[in-house]
Ligand binder design. Structure first.
Ligand code: UD1
Length: 336
């Protein structure tokens, strides 16, 4: 069993990963500046897991503060989630994204080097494939940034890979997520976007909760069976379990490994909408709008490497994803 620090540990994927790691007997500490995470998350994690894990309210750009955390407890590995992730915001404010994502990662890596921590699992994204030439996408597909957010993910992947190559780190897993959705089945933690959601599932949930009038489908003239965009949605608890597998494999291996995390099956916007309606019994008003600039028609993973390297495959279904997303929305909407 290992002691692991999770940067961005109170966020959507970080908090679910904390649950999964604790369930497997690991020791977990969270680091978060709470810029995009709720302070209600740590007590809710305790309610789910019955474990009171340490929470450090620190910004990863504060190298000295991170060094002090590393000096106070011996961590075997870091899982690095802390980052900004809104495509539009990244184009409007590139310096902010370079600062938080790139300089933040540099600061974290500097503190890790100082503490002699050689293993990192990094929260990357399928966005590094840009507009994919064909699907399913394997890890050897060309890498290409189509926006500043994607560029920062590519730079962070390169920085980490270079530190492994030069022996400063021993092991890195670059986990390229497709479309994480769903929530912990307790309904106590989930995705809580600030302002108007830009991603499909949180927007769908807010329409279902009657917080928004109707969903706009961004284009129905793509070269897909029903004309709407196809993505690889995966349940956040499956994703969390993949992080456990990655960190456990990382403890016994060396080198940099980029690994796709997806189900391998694509679903269209229309399919997701109907699955949500059938699962929840709630009708979703929608209209067809223009294509969103930068959207690929189809994007889904070849998840074969995750199976061979990590022994991991996604198990939860689209129905699980819709049910758990809605349960979280329903319960959290009540407490708001
Ligand atoms: C988006 C980002 C991607 C980022 C990912 C996770 C863009 C161009 N891409 O990916 O870089 O890594 O989120 O944060 O922003 N859709 C609608 N109506 C909506 C919202 C979405 O029809 O209100 C459609 C989209 O056109 C797409 C699908 O739903 O076909 C999924 O969209 P989204 O959840 O934003 O994910 P990605 O486009 O895969």
């Amino acid at each position: 069993m290992a002691r692991i620090l999770l940067t961005g540990g109170a966020g959507f994927i970080g908090s679910h990963t904390a649950v999964a790691l604790l369930a497997r007997g690991h020791e977990v500490a969270l680091l978060d500046n709470f810029s995009n995470a709720s302070r209600s998350v740590p007590p809710r994690l305790k309610e789910i897991t019955r474990v009171d894990c340490p929470v450090h309210e620190v910004d990863i750009r504060d190298t000295e503060a991170v060094r002090q955390i590393f000096a106070a407890a011996a961590f075997e590995a870091v899982i690095h989630f802390a980052a900004l992730k809104a495509v539009g915001e990244s184009e409007a404010n590139p310096l902010l994204y370079f600062d938080v994502n790139v300089a933040g990662t540099l600061s974290l890596l500097t503190a890790m080097r100082h503490a002699g921590i050689g293993r990192i699992v990094f929260s990357s994204s399928a966005t590094v494939y840009g507009a994919p030439e064909h699907c399913p996408i394997a890890e050897i597909a060309p890498l290409h940034a189509t926006n500043i957010y994607g560029r920062t993910k590519l730079i962070m992947e390169d920085m980490i890979g270079d530190l492994v190559r030069t022996g400063i780190l021993s092991t890195a897993f670059l986990l390229r997520y497709f479309n994480p959705v769903g929530a912990h089945p307790s309904g106590l933690i989930g995705e809580a976007p600030c302002g108007v959601p830009t991603n499909l599932m949180p927007y769908l949930c807010q329409v279902a909760a009657r917080q928004r009038d109707c969903l706009t489908i961004f284009g129905n003239d793509y070269p897909t069976p029903d004309g709407t965009g196809i993505r690889d949605y995966l349940h956040v608890m499956d994703l969390a379990e993949a992080h456990c597998a990655a960190v456990e494999v990382a403890l016994g291996t060396h080198g940099t490994h980029a690994v796709n995390l997806g189900t391998g099956t694509g679903h269209s916007v229309m399919e997701l909408l109907h699955a949500f309606e059938n699962t929840t019994g709630i009708e979703i008003p929608y209209k067809i709008g223009a294509r969103r600039p930068g959207d690929a028609p189809s994007c889904y993973a070849d998840p074969a490497l995750a199976k061979t390297m990590l022994g991991w495959t996604a198990k939860r279904t689209l129905v699980d994803m819709c049910r758990d997303s809605w349960r979280w929305q329903f319960l959290s909407a009540k407490v708001k």
